[in-house]
Design a protein around this ligand. Structure first.
Ligand code: BEZ
Length: 396
């Protein structure tokens, strides 16, 4: 007899643990499976910090960050530790440049609409306040003081602890081989045996298509192995908010860079920066090398040498993260049931793709809503998973 659960979560990363904890809190017998083991830094969660921001260009996503904030506060309170560090979120550059992350001018209009405070700044003010230099004079931007960074490891630890304390069955090192949805639920076959559940959540990050493809569907996602570098502070007293520079793309890359300030859990004299280059997608997450593309590291160093005298442009350390993004730049996430994707997909909830760490406690709650109630009060209509229109052709 297969062991039975109300919900099986495939993928024990931040979203999977967040959903597992909240589903169990609502009384559901919940199993979370992770093929690697918990609290690892694989998939998109690599690295010590992630950007926390309220502002979004898209109004539905803006509403979701506003809804995520009280969920972060609840998580912080249950875990009895601070997870969001409000060092501010600074967006600057060419205010009309449009990227997957948004547009500065439209986002400022949304902050007015949602009554979110910010300070508008010229290039000269940004240079004076934060130590940038040689910014093109037409650059402008804003500081949203409630934004900042999220402590990734503390968040994962908090979610794992809550899942465990609430009685979620956590099985690491067990790989799901097959999902078989039917009218009454889903059979989940792993390398150790079979389970049965009324619902399944697929929270497998860049591996999402591995379990959908055998069912005849795939999400149109691109996987980018993006570089991150740690740089030493040349001016020991200098600190930064989280910053993101929106520039016109070059012929070779999307020409976007971001950086974090100091944080209490990393080497004090270093900060991390990355290029957000949505170029050269990899064919499958298993093709990730863990080594940053030297050209991208050089581009970060060159930008720093030109614009950030407070940092030594020579990297101390390099790493990568896997960014999984919908191929359609107008949609930032896939979130909903697989009803439109596969037969009996109404029993499979999918949460995949997008820069989602900032939504983690909320995403877990929404996935639990979808799995246990069949619906959610949050507006996720635009994010509903749909089939890939075509196979990606440009992936290496
Ligand atoms: C974000 O806030 O969603 C984000 C931050 C840095 C790089 C890419 C996305």
């Amino acid at each position: 007899m297969a062991e039975e659960f109300d919900l099986i979560v495939v993928g024990g990363g931040p979203v999977g643990l967040s959903c597992g904890w909240q589903a169990r809190e609502r009384g559901a017998r919940t199993l979370v499976l992770d093929k690697t083991g918990f609290l690892n830094e694989q998939c998109g969660t690599s690295g010590a910090e992630r950007h926390w921001r309220l502002q979004y260009t898209q109004q539905d996503l803006f509403r979701l960050t506003l809804a995520a904030l009280p969920e972060w506060r609840r998580l912080e309170s249950l875990a009895d530790r601070k997870l969001i560090h409000e060092i501010g979120s600074l967006w600057f550059g060419d205010v009309t440049v449009s990227t997957n992350e948004g547009r500065i001018a439209d986002t400022a209009r949304n902050m007015d609409r949602f009554d979110v405070r910010y300070e508008w700044m010229t290039a000269a003010e940004i240079e004076r306040r934060f130590g940038f230099r040689n910014l093109p004079s037409h650059f402008e931007g804003f500081l949203q003081p409630d934004g900042g960074t999220i402590d990734v490891r503390a968040t994962l630890g908090a979610l794992y602890g809550l899942a465990q304390a609430n009685g979620v069955v956590l099985r690491g090192g067990e790989a799901v081989r097959e999902l078989v949805p039917d009218a009454d639920g889903v059979t989940v076959r792993t390398d150790r045996g079979s389970y049965r559940a009324a619902k399944v959540l697929l929270a497998t990050g860049p591996f999402v298509n591995d379990l959908l493809e055998p069912l005849g569907a795939r999400l149109d996602v691109n996987i980018f192995e993006m570089a991150l570098v740690s740089l030493r502070l040349a001016q020991p007293d200098r600190d930064f908010p989280f910053w993101f520079v929106f520039q016109q793309p070059t012929e070779d890359d999307t020409n976007l860079f971001y950086g974090f300030g100091r944080n209490p859990w990393s080497p004090h004299e270093q900060v991390r920066l990355g290029p957000d280059f949505e170029v050269n997608p990899i064919r499958h997450a298993s093709k990730a090398t863990g080594r940053p593309d030297p050209r991208h590291v050089d581009r970060v160093s060159a930008w720093v040498a030109e614009h950030l005298p407070a940092l030594d442009p020579e990297p101390v350390r390099g790493s990568t993260c896997l960014a999984v993004l919908p191929a359609d730049p107008n949609r930032q996430f896939y979130l909903g049931t697989a009803g439109n994707l596969v037969p009996h997909g109404e029993n499979v909830v999918v949460c995949a793709a997008g820069w989602g760490f900032k939504f983690v406690p909320l995403l877990g709650g929404i996935c639990a809503d979808l799995a246990l109630e069949g619906t959610t009060t949050h507006d996720i209509s635009r994010l509903s998973p749909t089939r890939a229109a075509h196979e990606a052709t440009s992936a290496r």
